[in-house]
Design a protein around this ligand. Structure first.
Ligand SMILES: Cc1ncc(COP(=O)(O)O)c(C=O)c1O
Length: 370
């Protein structure tokens, strides 16, 4: 019934999501621990009226207009997606046929592998240098139709300076370079200012992380109008619902709310790095809303499973390159304290206490309403 490549491939493995009613501290899929702007709730309520009988705007006009105002990018250089995953899917479909080459530094976001397999594309996986230095000459030499750099990178949290990405885009002229900026609001810089310099540059953003809207599925693609025109040919006609478009517009219009939450996450991140180092982990600086905590040479799978039993989800990748690390999303200070309390006995080979039944999120929700 299915193409050979689909039969053979493994499905993408998303991080665990709690079942309804299950109380877990969720530090595994880099969501924001704070809620979205109250203006989003109001916009969503308004959007659930009679207008729902009508299809939404095919190009997501109100969301794109809000993004155009906030990011100062013309509308014909913006495409709205059902999460940035959908935009990645469109790009792979539009650019890569069977046997075409896609290149990216590894380890990185593993969805790129899945999308390449679906297209039956060839993948040039180029290892990052020490301390996650971007391997620019190797990426250029790969001469791929599509090159992707996740910046800040996941799962490392490392950041490549924008001047280097600009040099890479220049060296790849005529071939597309995607910069996946899913986590960039937690970093000190971003690539939007070099967008107009490079016709081959595509910048992806998501509202899932900094804007606290993972459940709404909203992403943005910034690129030259010709790239956007090509992507429109592979886009589903009505890829974003009226509710999502209203939520996206309201969230971007209230970016001050997002920036406040980002500042809180960054403060907790600084403390997390210190605390995790004290517990014996090696933790590199992070420019994202997670950290990669490593114990070189030690498989941390058992620690991740011990945390799961204690009611705390973190991400462990059972690959040779990453099995000695845990990718830990930055939660609220209360959630992080519960993590440190659980880690100490586990690292000493003991069981961690099972999480108290009260959700540590409650106190924060109260704080957020103020
Ligand atoms: C690097 C990277 N890009 C893209 C995404 C997808 O984000 P979205 O929720 O917008 O589909 C993620 C999600 O975790 C990610 O880590």
């Amino acid at each position: 019934m299915f193409r050979d490549s689909i039969k053979k491939m493994a499905a993408y493995t998303p991080g665990e999501q709690p079942r309804p009613g299950e109380k877990l501290i969720k530090l595994n899929t880099n969501e924001n621990p704070y809620p979205p702007s109250p203006k989003v709730r109001r916009a969503v309520t308004k959007a659930t009226g009679g207008a729902l009988r009508l299809y939404p705007a095919p190009r997501g006009d109100e969301f794109v207009a809000a993004a155009s105002r906030y990011y100062r990018v013309p509308r014909d250089m913006i495409l709205a997606g059902n999460g940035s995953d959908e935009l990645l899917g469109m790009l792979f479909r539009a650019v890569l046929g069977r046997g075409d080459k896609v290149a990216y530094p590894v380890p990185t976001y593993s969805l790129y592998d899945t999308l390449a397999e679906i297209q039956e594309a060839r993948v040039a996986r180029v290892a990052f240098g020490p301390d996650f230095i971007l391997p620019i000459p190797e990426l250029v030499r790969a001469r791929a139709r599509l090159t992707i750099v996740c910046n800040p990178n996941s799962p490392s949290g490392s950041f490549t300076p924008i001047a280097k990405l600009s040099a890479l885009a220049g060296a790849l002229a005529g071939r597309l370079l995607i910069i996946d900026e899913a986590y960039v609001d937690f970093a000190a810089d971003n690539a939007l200012r070099i967008l107009r310099r490079h016709h081959n540059l595509v910048i992806l953003r998501t509202l899932s992380k900094s804007f606290s809207l993972a459940g709404m599925r909203l992403g943005l693609c910034f690129a030259h109008p010709e790239v956007i025109e090509a992507l429109l040919k592979v886009k589903d006609s009505y890829n974003l619902s009226r509710i999502a478009l209203a939520a996206g517009a309201a969230a971007v219009d209230d970016a001050a709310w997002m920036r406040r939450n980002v500042a809180r996450v960054k403060a907790t991140r600084a403390e997390a790095i210190e605390r995790l180092r004290k517990l014996g982990f090696s933790v590199a600086p992070s420019e994202s809303n997670f950290v990669l905590a490593r114990m070189p040479g030690r498989d941390l799978g058992p620690i991740a499973r011990g945390l799961r039993r204690a009611g705390i989800l973190v991400r462990h990748f059972a690959t040779p390159m990453l099995r000695d690390g845990l990718r830990i999303s930055i939660g609220t200070p209360a959630e992080m304290s519960a993590l440190y309390r659980a880690l100490a006995p586990l690292l000493a080979g003991e069981r961690a206490p099972v999480l108290a039944s009260r959700s540590p999120n409650r106190g924060n929700r109260r704080r957020n309403r103020r």
